[in-house]
Design a protein around this ligand. Structure first.
Ligand code: PEP
Ligand code: MN
Length: 666
């Protein structure tokens, strides 16, 4: 008892020290912003942030802290420093006076949550006032009854919020900020009645649109559009009818006393809404803050006039982040263009670009410059900790003399390597990428454990089969869409893009909605209807070599996918069937340099299915690394002896970590 008390007191002391250190760090960050910056360089220095984080991860490891934990904690701390610095440079937000912030809806609406996030540092000096419509929010800002307004402009699932765009074109307000909110919808009801007894689900039409697939699965249940998500919650509470439910935030449920019947009912796991903050006059943003500018313009009806206008921005090296068109009311087939770009109107070069743009358009209105909300976090790959390895010299990439039957995949069509970007992980470039994970997703615990081990060891992506192509119909066939949900959750938790096999053309669309990369297995390499279907998707494909396929057949299979329009194909050598029975397949390593000569597509190696036995996986992986592929895909499992599929070839976590250490530190 005595000892417990002592330990608790010590924890309290450490917590106090952590708080002191956090406050001191925030102050130092503010001092950095205040110190006169001779170079005038940007506030944020991404390479420096990455170096700092990489060093912290290494130091954390020495102290027994895992990299995932260290990364999370320091992401928060770095974010806080950036916010503190911005606040210092933007006195409009920092003042001691009370500010009124208008939003559409009632308390608990997503717009209010976004406002609370944006104004977090002055939330105690802010009053949030809900208005029934977007127009009223704008009017309140225009007439000065509110200092700021929060307006949603786009959602990553349901698209642009047209009403707001149309309002912005004529409103007398300026954009002074943006906020991005991760929208996690809850189905909220009166009690724990089964979902099948629901007859009516109320929410804002945007929220209903974001949960369409989920709603379609509820039998005899009607979605009912309503003014606002939080108002839907309040109405359901008032009605006291257990067959009614609402879709809204967890906070709205708490505020009005509804129970969460199901969390995360949005169709897309990465569901974000972007809001703009408006005020009745423009602000000047310190040029050191990464900034965006929004404009709305119209061009003449002449041919090429839009292109001409965009070319001006291009000439000034301005990066567009959004281009949206809206019909001009009363002028059929004429459009207004909304453009967001990286840049600050306080910078002379941007002023010059805008002056030129003005002369190339029939109207141009600058909506404002505002600090951009960085969604991309500092993300040092664990590889950053390792010494760079000199690349394996490639065969010369002279196009083959012999005529080939494929076209789009060949070097003759495209000389430079194709680099595929999977949520920031680049495959086909100089980085060597390792994908790890179990053969099949077996449970939430199993896939979360694998994801953690992949992340900790320096893997870049998570694999896991949900639909398994098994030789025997009596073998484990995979947990299907339930597994896909678990895989997606694990990928989100550990910030790893996910790869999974799709077996049937009917499933392609649904799997593509969740998975970052669709795998076509060896047994399906020549399933031409499946290839055509994934060719229609805008998702990277991992195409495995059929176990009885020549390289020509392999590349033609990739051609099927590319021919349908999907050019994001990565190839995977996983061994072919020979007369040899000592290994599951024979790993054809000669294919790697040959494919790199014939095709511009990235090529990976799967040593696991080639070997079929654990003792050979590491040696084959190291040998493969020597012939110059762009990465590996390797099976691992927390308990290989009890794996439901391919246990004999699964690496244990420690083997996987050792393999990566040997690759990245060799
Ligand atoms: C797999 O990756 O789990 C798989 C079934 O591989 P392959 O198609 O190469 O046999
Ligand atoms: Mn397998």
């Amino acid at each position: 008892m005595e000892r417990l008390l002592h330990l608790r007191r010590e924890i309290d002391t450490v917590d106090g020290q952590i708080l002191d250190a956090l406050a001191r760090r925030r102050q130092l960050a503010t001092d950095v912003a205040a110190a006169k910056d001779e170079s005038g360089g940007p506030l944020r220095d991404a390479p420096r942030e990455e170096r700092i984080l990489a060093a912290l991860i290494a130091q954390g490891r020495d102290r027994g802290l895992d990299s995932h934990f260290v990364t999370r904690v320091f992401h928060e701390i770095i974010d806080d420093s950036i916010r503190a610095q911005q606040l210092h440079l933007m006195p409009e937000y920092a003042g001691a006076d009370l500010k009124t912030i208008a939003f559409q809806g009632i308390e608990g609406a997503y717009s209010e949550l976004a406002g609370r996030k944006f104004f977090a540092a002055r939330v105690d000096r802010s009053v949030f006032v809900g208005y029934p419509t977007f127009e009223q929010v704008v009017e309140a800002v225009e007439d000065g009854s509110a200092d700021f307004g929060m307006l949603p402009v786009e959602n990553t699932t349901a698209g642009s919020i047209n009403d707001v765009y149309d309002l912005l074109s004529c409103a007398q307000v300026s954009l002074v900020g943006e906020e991005v909110l991760r929208v996690e919808h809850c189905l909220l009801g009166l009690d724990d009645a089964p979902l099948t007894s629901l007859r009516r689900v109320l929410s804002h039409p945007q929220a209903l649109a974001q949960c369409m697939k989920f709603l379609a699965k509820l039998p005899n249940c009607q979605p009912q559009p309503y003014t606002d998500t939080a108002m839907a919650v309040r109405l359901v509470k008032e009605q006291q009818d257990p067959t009614w439910a609402a879709i809204a935030s967890e906070e709205a449920g708490q505020r009005y006393g509804l129970k969460i019947l199901k969390r995360n009912v949005e169709d897309q796991p990465h569901n974000f809404t972007r809001f703009v903050v408006v005020a009745n006059r423009p602000q000047t943003v310190d040029p050191r803050i990464p900034c965006k500018t929004s404009v709305v313009m119209a061009t003449s009806h002449d041919e090429g006039s839009l292109l001409h206008a965009l070319n001006i921005l291009h000439e000034y090296g301005i990066n567009l982040t959004k281009l949206e068109s809206r019909p001009i009311p009363g002028m059929p087939f004429q459009y207004l263009f909304y453009i967001d770009f990286e840049g600050n109107t306080a910078v002379p070069q941007i002023q010059e670009a805008l002056a030129r743009l003005r002369s190339a358009t029939t109207s141009l209105k600058v909506l404002g410059s505002y600090p951009s909300r960085h969604r991309s976090k500092t993300a040092p790959q664990v590889q950053a900790l390792a010494i760079e390895r000199p690349p394996v010299p490639d065969l010369p990439v002279e196009p083959e003399a012999a005529p080939v039957s494929y076209r789009l995949v060949s070097r003759q069509h495209r000389r430079e390597d194709t680099v595929i970007d999977v949520r920031g992980v680049k495959i086909g470039g100089p980085q060597f990428v390792v994908i790890g994970g179990p053969c099949a997703v077996e449970s939430r615990e199993q896939i979360f454990a694998c994801a953690r081990a992949v992340k900790e060891s320096g893997g870049a992506m998570l694999r896991g089969g949900c639909f398994k192509p098994r030789t025997s119909p009596y073998s484990f066939q995979g947990l299907g869409f339930d597994a896909l949900e678990m895989l997606a959750a694990a990928g989100r938790e550990y910030d790893l893009p996910i790869v999974t096999e799709v077996l049937s053309p009917q499933d392609v669309e649904a799997v593509a909605r969740v998975a970052d990369v669709l795998q076509i297995g060896a047994r399906n390499m020549q399933n031409f209807s499946l290839l055509a279907e994934v060719g229609r998707m805008n998702r990277p494909i991992l195409l495995k070599r059929g176990m009885m396929s020549t390289l020509d057949e392999f590349l033609n299979a990739a051609e099927y996918i590319m021919d349908r329009g999907n050019h994001q194909v990565m190839l995977c050598e996983r061994g072919i069937r020979t007369f040899e029975t000592a290994t599951r397949s024979t790993l054809d390593l000669g294919s790697i340099p040959i494919i790199k000569r014939l095709s511009h597509l990235p090529i990976l190696v799967d040593p696991s299915h080639a070997a079929g036995r654990r003792d050979l996986v590491i040696p084959l992986a190291l040998a493969a690394h020597g012939v110059g592929p762009h990465g590996l895909i390797v099976e691992m499992h927390p308990d290989p002896a009890n794996a439901l599929s391919d246990g004999p070839q699964a690496l244990r976590f420690e083997d996987f970590a050792e393999l990566l250490a040997r690759i990245y530190q060799s």
